[in-house]
Design a protein. Structure first.
Length: 282
């Protein structure tokens, strides 16, 4: 199926855009990672959203999600790893799957992804961002999982279940990690090796491995869509929330300050509306 609109991100901006597009009769797919990684979900109390003071962030986010789904927006849990524009269609790599859409709204939140030393040099030579995509390549071999997202322990468990020898590395203790998987607490990481990955250096400790799975909540914007224009690290948009790429709109924290729910919802409304208008003109 080719969707009219794919919304990358299931926060306030993405859900607002989805509602607007559905009201205008467009088919919509929302792709979102683990809700626990969403900044609003982590807010115990929100007092500055008009008409709904003293509301928990998780409860507010759930109301937004139910609204979008009640209108018929489809939902897919996963991480968008890359987007390829081709012939008026956008191909989205979601884990090991691929889907298509005629327009996009990027609502990824703030993505500040500083690469680790050795990460870019070993991409495709032992560094992976997707356990389900590449895990089978490492059956019977040692791998390190760098857990930066809430669902990273689940992916580490999956790798262990298919026969990888997993070490989990993070700067905080994981929740839900299988007891048989060693945990190494470390913040300073470096990927080393000559022809391919040979080890992960974690706070000076060498962890020999054939692969390193780096699991972040979202991909860096420059990696997701390489030709996307940025300004001061945020997506550059005009008043219609349009980016420099035809058919690509953006909304919410990924477009810059202030990082507020009200701004995200308002920008999502504009992005969803303008995306629908763009689709009508195709």
């Amino acid at each position: 199926m080719i969707y009219d609109l794919a919304v990358v991100g299931g926060g306030p901006a993405g859900l607002s855009a989805a509602v607007q597009a559905r009201v205008r009769g467009k088919s919509v797919l929302i792709v979102s990672g683990d809700v626990r990684d969403n900044a609003l979900y982590k807010a115990q109390r929100v007092d500055n959203y008009l008409g709904l003071p003293e509301t928990g962030g998780g409860a507010l986010l759930e109301r937004f999600r139910r609204h979008a789904q009640a209108l018929g927006a489809q939902w897919e849990s996963g991480r968008v790893l890359n987007i390829l524009p081709s012939g008026g269609t956008f191909y989205l790599g979601i884990g090991s799957d691929m889907t298509q859409a005629r327009a996009l709204v990027l609502a990824t939140g703030v993505v500040r992804t500083r690469k680790y030393p050795g990460e870019e040099a070993h991409l495709g030579r032992g560094v992976s961002y997707c356990a389900t995509c590449d895990g089978m390549l490492y059956r019977g071999r040692a791998v390190a999982v760098v857990g930066k997202s809430a669902d990273a322990p689940e992916e580490a468990n999956y790798l262990q279940s298919i026969g990888c020898r997993v070490t989990y590395v993070s700067d905080r203790a994981p929740e839900g990690l299988e007891a048989a998987i060693p945990f190494v607490k470390a913040a300073k990481l470096e990927i080393t090796g000559e022809a391919g990955v040979e080890a992960l250096r974690a706070d000076g400790r060498m962890l020999p491995c054939a692969g390193v799975f780096i699991l972040r909540p979202a991909m860096a914007l420059a990696d997701l869509l390489p030709d996307l224009a940025l300004k001061d690290g945020y997506i550059a948009v005009d008043r219609n929330m349009a980016t420099n790429l035809p058919g690509v709109f953006a909304a919410g924290d990924c477009t810059g300050l202030p990082l507020q729910v009200s701004k995200a919802v308002g920008e999502g409304q504009v992005a969803g509306h303008r995306a629908a208008e763009y689709l009508d003109q195709l």
